[in-house]
Design a protein around this ligand. Structure first.
Ligand SMILES: Nc1ncnc2c1ncn2[C@@H]1O[C@H](COP(=O)(O)OP(=O)(O)OP(=O)(O)O)[C@@H](O)[C@H]1O
Ligand SMILES: [Mg+2]
Length: 235
């Protein structure tokens, strides 16, 4: 434990975000304090429109707070230029989306290799690591298929491989099982959690599904613009 247990992957203090509607600025989230350590898993729950995706986008550097302080792996995000932010995102964050977001014109293996290619890793090494990751998610035999030829569950396995191939510190997912039937959803979640434990990656899942939320160490609820702790148990 000791030092590692104290490292915060995410540390937000007093974070707020507004959107403009009809020329008025409407706060979506206000004065949010939120911390997550190495290897933690957390569900973000709350009603539709409460700001769950907004919070996830702030965590993932896809959007920026209007106020407050955000340290990602100890680094103050507010002070960074866009190229530094992009580099931080590429190195440390993997995303898994409800609609998979695979690139349709690239084969499965090229989709998975992409985060490594973006980091400047050469083609052969990227493809070899991508194949290993495809083996881990049970999709190696479809490495040269195109995304359009896969089922929803298969696409999400590929998306998980792509998110985790570069061994990021943080995985962010917005309704990862929202487009899948119950049985496929359970298998996908089991896969995501088993790789999460192997890699000791921090995982944040936005979900409407209570069963999914129950599988995480922590649950926070976004409600009235605030983030409230619903449940916290030790990893
Ligand atoms: N880019 C944007 N511009 C203006 N308003 C926005 C934008 N993105 C989100 N909002 C508003 O912010 C609020 C929170 O949206 P958000 O997408 O974070 O909710 P959510 O909790 O993820 O909802 P859902 O469960 O339906 O996905 C909503 O009122 C939405 O209309
Ligand atoms: Mg949302």
């Amino acid at each position: 434990m000791g030092v590692l247990a104290d490292v915060k992957i995410i540390s937000m203090k007093g974070v707020g975000k507004c959107y403009s509607h009809n020329r008025a600025l409407i706060p979506v989230i206000r004065n949010v304090d939120f911390e997550l350590g190495v290897g933690d898993t957390c569900a973000i729950i709350g009603p539709s429109g409460s700001g769950k995706s907004t919070l996830l986008n702030l965590i993932g550097l896809l959007d920026f707070a209007d106020e407050g302080e955000y340290l990602l792996m100890g680094q103050p995000v507010c002070a960074m230029h866009s190229d530094e932010l992009a580099a931080l995102r590429k190195m440390h964050i993997g995303f898994v989306f409800q609609n998979f977001n695979l690139i349709p014109r690239l084969s499965v293996i090229k989709n998975v290799a992409l985060p490594l290619r973006y980091r400047g890793i050469d083609r052969n090494q990227s493809m070899a690591q991508a194949l290993q990751m495809l083996q881990r998610v049970g999709m190696a035999q479809r490495a040269h298929s195109m995304p359009a030829d896969l089922s929803g569950g298969q696409k999400q396995r590929v998306a998980i491989a792509r998110a985790l191939v570069g061994q990021p510190s943080l995985i962010l997912t917005d309704e990862p099982t929202g487009s899948l039937d119950g049985q496929t959803a359970s298998a996908i979640l089991e896969l995501l959690l088993s790789i999460q434990q192997e890699q000791r990656v921090t995982l944040v899942v936005v979900t409407h599904d209570h069963q999914v939320a129950q599988l995480m160490h922590r649950q926070v609820m976004v409600h009235g613009g605030r983030v409230e702790e619903v449940r916290k148990c030790e990893p």
